[in-house]
Design a protein around this ligand. Structure first.
Ligand code: ZN
Ligand code: ZN
Length: 231
């Protein structure tokens, strides 16, 4: 009887993806770890959805950049703590199950927003990076968001060339680095579409800006962006 009890318990319990404590439902995270996620709280930047001090409509980072071409930006969490660790493990640790947990959180946030979208588009990785990593973490997130919202996933853009990492570049160098880095795969699919563009981390927003411009030039009607983490 005890053996049976143990087996049943094993089948119906799942480890929390953060602390490994058992949770009853396969939600990914236990209540404690979920509570530690660094969700952004208002006032939020009108443009990128980051936490803002409320003096201007735009956050300090958006004020420094060219006017964003996307309509609305949604950021889920600050780039710190448990949120940062989970995205890091999804990105570099081969822990693709985390895409489900984070993607579900993202989908819930989109549901509470007023944005109008008819397709979900991930920021692509260059194929050489996808090859070494084995997957594109952003495409996995976009896939889950698409399933949760029942809105089709469309891989509308591709990387046309390999670009060095952006992190340490200045604003002008970043723009130059990414100039022409994306191209629309299929103009017919892009035309008139209302897009939600997904990235895992928004640092300066240059990648999302350049990708947005590519999609609008390709005939997209509107582009909204969502990042799991906002630096
Ligand atoms: Zn936990
Ligand atoms: Zn902002």
């Amino acid at each position: 009887m005890n053996i049976l009890k143990n087996i049943t318990k094993e089948i119906i319990s799942f480890p929390c993806l953060n602390c490994r404590n058992e949770i009853a439902e396969d939600n990914g995270l236990c209540n404690n770890c979920f509570g530690e996620l660094p969700f952004v709280h208002p006032p939020l930047c009108n443009t990128c959805g980051a936490e803002n001090d409320g003096i201007f409509d735009l956050c300090e980072k958006c004020l420094k950049e060219d006017k964003r071409l996307w309509q609305q930006g949604i950021s889920l969490m600050r780039l710190e703590g448990v949120g940062q660790q989970l995205v890091h493990r999804l990105k570099y640790g081969n822990e693709t199950a985390l895409a489900r947990t984070l993607g579900k959180i993202a989908a819930e946030k989109v549901k509470t927003s007023a944005i109008q979208i008819d397709c979900i588009v991930p920021i692509p990785l260059h194929w050489t990076r996808r090859l070494t990593r084995g997957y594109n973490q952003t495409a996995l997130l976009a896939q889950v968001i698409s399933e949760e919202l029942k809105i089709p996933l469309k891989k509308l853009i591709k990387r046309t060339r390999y670009t060095p990492k952006q992190a340490k570049l200045g604003r002008k160098q970043r723009l130059k680095n990414l100039d022409g880095a994306f191209a629309v795969r299929n103009l017919k699919n892009c035309e008139n579409s209302k897009i939600l563009l997904i990235d895992d981390v928004m640092t300066t927003g240059t990648t999302l800006s350049v990708a947005t411009k590519t999609l609008l030039n390709g005939g997209a009607k509107t582009v909204n962006v969502l990042a799991v983490l906002r630096a």
